[in-house]
Design a protein around this ligand. Sequence first.
Ligand code: ZN
Ligand code: ZN
Length: 204
Amino acid sequence: MTTVSERFAKDNYAGAVLAVLRMRYRCRSCGATFASREALRAHIRSKHPVSYYAPRIGYVSALVLVALVGGYLVLAREPPAQAVGAPISGIECWSMEQVAYHVHAKLEVYVRGERRTVPANIGIIPNRCMYWLHTHDATGWIHVEAPREIRPTLGQFFDIWGQPLSRERVLDVDLVSSGLGMRVYVDGKPYDGDPREIELIDMR
Ligand SMILES: [Zn+2]
Ligand SMILES: [Zn+2]
C-alpha cells in the first residue's frame, strides 16, 4: 500500500489533506498493531512464541498455561478506575489508562504542503485523568483505550484536542476564506464524507 505521504507528494495538492489509517491486525498479547496479517504473524512468532505454539501443544500443557495466565491476571489486577474529568462529546476521562479495548489509528494533517503536528498528550490531564482517545507522542498515532469496545470518531478526537474539524475549517485554517479545498483519505482511499464521522475503529 502506498503511504499517505507518498500519495500526498504525488498529488502535490495545495489545500488541506487529512489522512486516517486504521490499523487492521492487532496482537492480542501486547496490543501492538500491524497493517498486514503477515506482519502480525511474524511479530507473534518472534515476540510471543508461547501463544504461537500453544495451539500445537497437548491438552494438559494448555491447562497448565491457563492456570498460569489466570494466576497472572489475579496478581495484575489493579484498583478500580473511575471517571474523573468532564466527558467531551461523550468520551470519558478516567483516572487510569484503560486497555481492555485498545486500538490505534494514525492521523496525518497537511495544509499547503506542510505537515501539521498532532501533539503528544492530547486527552491526557496530568495527575488527573486520561480520555479514552489520546496521544502519547507527536507521531500522529491516536490511541483508543477504553474499558469496553467503543466506536469513536475523528470529530470526537478533534473535540478533545480542542481544534475545529470540517470541510470549511481545520485547525487554525479557514479553508473557505483562504480558497482552499480539503482532501480526505481513509485507509489510503479517497473519502468524500464528513471528516468528523470517520470512525476510529479496529479494522480486523
Ligand atoms: Zn494510552
Ligand atoms: Zn495504545
